[in-house]
Structures are given as structure tokens and as C-alpha cells.
Design a protein around this ligand. Sequence first.
Ligand code: PLP
Length: 384
Amino acid sequence: MSTKSWNPRSLAAQAMGKIDPQTRAVVPPIHISTTYIRDEDNGYSSGFIYGRPDNETVRECESVLAMLEEATAGALLFGSGMAAATAVFQALSPGDHVVASKVMYWALRAWLLTEATRWGLKIDFVETDDLAALKAAVKPGATKLVWAETPSNPLWTITDIAAAAEIAHQAGAKLAVDSTCASPVHTRPLTLGADIVMHAATKVLNGHSDVVAGVLCAREDDEFWNRVKTVRKGQGGILGPFESYLLMRGLRTLHVRQERQSASAMDLAQRLSAHPLVARVLYPGLPQHPGHDIAARQMENGFGYMLSVQVTGGEAAAIKTAAHVGLYKRATSLGGVESLIEHRASIEGAGSPCPTDLLRLSTGIEHVEDLYADLDQALKAGHG
Ligand code: PLP
């Protein structure tokens, strides 16, 4: 039977089912060599020349990621999510126009406003969930890239990927989607018309808060994708073999983790919506969320592991609530098996669209009753 007929979760569980040909090991060895033997005729028939672009463990992990994202042009691993994201912008040319989501991972927004702008990119930030605003912002011929994060951190606004792709393509631009907070279990942006999908693989793809990594996946092996490959090779942004191995191990359980995490996130979102000390819950799975209808169309197997709550009592109550958690860990980041809570505005600083009464919750795999009980007691203590 061809591997094409197996479900992605089956292929991921076995990291594509590769067996080491020499030992018959079901877990392939980690390849650590930085260099490879040249053929007698001076060629490199193995396809491996030097460790900066070439590593078998990296390639094995990339093949799992490309399969999960249905990326016909393949995947490229980087040393962090930021390294992956910035490689896309560095593949553009000075003077190129970019339209990017206003609500997005704050460090990328800061990089775009400083480094990318210094390098000559012209960037406009719009609410990419507002298609009319997106349409008005693209400049046919000049706009080369639309960058959308969906669900967007930390308000979880939803951009209609298929509609955004159409707008980008009509203007002659590519659409890249930061899908970190969806993961391929919920959304596969390339199948909806996006050209590139990016993940901070540090988050749910690895899932264990012990690897910093990033990945780009592409639909077409075109000139732009080759520019991205050149950027990674030239700048040495490739992920190391040990991290690639750990990431591949994490990917084996991605589906079971994601299903548990999103089911718990939905349960918590519903219960917290009725909590007297919570003013508002932001979660695309809730019918009252402005992006719910689009999320219901473009997400499957749930609505993701991330939600935010705005507490009654403003910033002071939010910070005090976070100070009183027990099971939740008060830390930045997201997507791990352990649940995290964070007062986001104090990390993002000036210029952030994040309300000061907002707490961001990353849902792990702990028992959902324990998670709710912990939040309930922290909210009460935070308002005491
Ligand atoms: N994109 C999103 C949505 C993120 O949450 C993050 C990190 O938190 C990044 C990108 C950057 O990833 P990394 O921290 O691996 O560089």
C-alpha cells in the first residue's frame, strides 16, 4: 500500500515510517556529521555536501512537516520561528511593499518596524481579518507579500485565508500565513490558497517547551521559494540535528496533544464566559467571537489551544490573578503540554493592541477540571 493512503496522523506517529536500513531501528539515528565524502569523480552523488545546508535528520523532520502541511514544494527548518519568518522578508528586495497583520506576534512586528524598514521594505499594517481594509492596503504591482497571522496572537482574530490569498494574488503578491496557533491539525493554509506557511515550531509542533525552532512550508517550488532557500543557506539559519530529532519526536504525538488541548480550551472558554470575574473571553470557538464563522469554515478538529480572558477590575486585577495561579505556570510562550498564563500587555509594551486587562492562556494536557479550578481560585484571589 502506498504511504499516500495513510492518514496524516498515522504518518506523523511513525515519522513517515522510515526504518534505518543498516540496523532496522524504528527510530532513525541522529545524523551529526558536518561534512560528507566526495565521490572519486569529484561529485557528491549522495546529495549531501556540507552541514549548513545538508543534514539527513533535518530533512527527515522536514518531510514530516511538509506532509502535515500538504506542502508540495517542501519544508525548511530554521533555528527559531523568528529566523523562519524573517527569512521570508529577507527574500524580498529593498523597495518592495508588504501588508502585514496589525495583530501579530509582537517581536515580529517590532522587527518589521525596525530592521525590515531599515533594509528598505515598505510595510503597512492592517487588520487582515477586515478584507475591505486588506483590499484597500494592497498596491497592485508594488505589493509583493501579504503576511497574515491567524488565529492572531493574543486576540485570536481570524483572517479568511482563501479570501486573503485571492486579494494578494490579484495584486501580484504572495500570501504567507503564520499558522503557529492553529497547527496543521486545525488548518492547512496552503490548501486554502496561501503560498507559504510559517510556524514557530517552538510551540505546539514540538509541544514540550524544550526546543526553539521554526519552519516554512511552500506550495510552489518557484523563484521566491528558491530565494528563501538561498537566504537560509547563506545566513546559516538551519536548525541543528538534535533539535530536529526532538521536534520529530514531538510531531509523533501532535494529533493527540492537539485534540486534548483544543477540547480543554473550548471547555475553559465556555465556562469562563459565565464566570462573574471575567468580562470577556476571546476564543474563536465561541459563537460570539467575531471570527467564529470563518474559523468554523477553515479550522477542523477544534479551534486551537490558545484563548485570552479580559478580567473585571482592569490591569491590577489581571496581574494579581496571574500571581495566584498554582497549576498554571506564569510564563511566556505557548503550545506545550503544560498550561501557561501571561499578562501580555506588560511583555508587548507601547504600541501593542493588547488590552491591559488581558491574560493569555495556553492550554496544556492537564486535567481540565484542575485547570478550571486553578483559574477560578486565582480569579477570586486576584479580586480579593
Ligand atoms: N509567531 C508566533 C505566533 C509566536 O507566538 C512566536 C513566538 O512566541 C513566534 C512567531 C516566534 O517564534 P520563536 O520564539 O521560535 O522565534
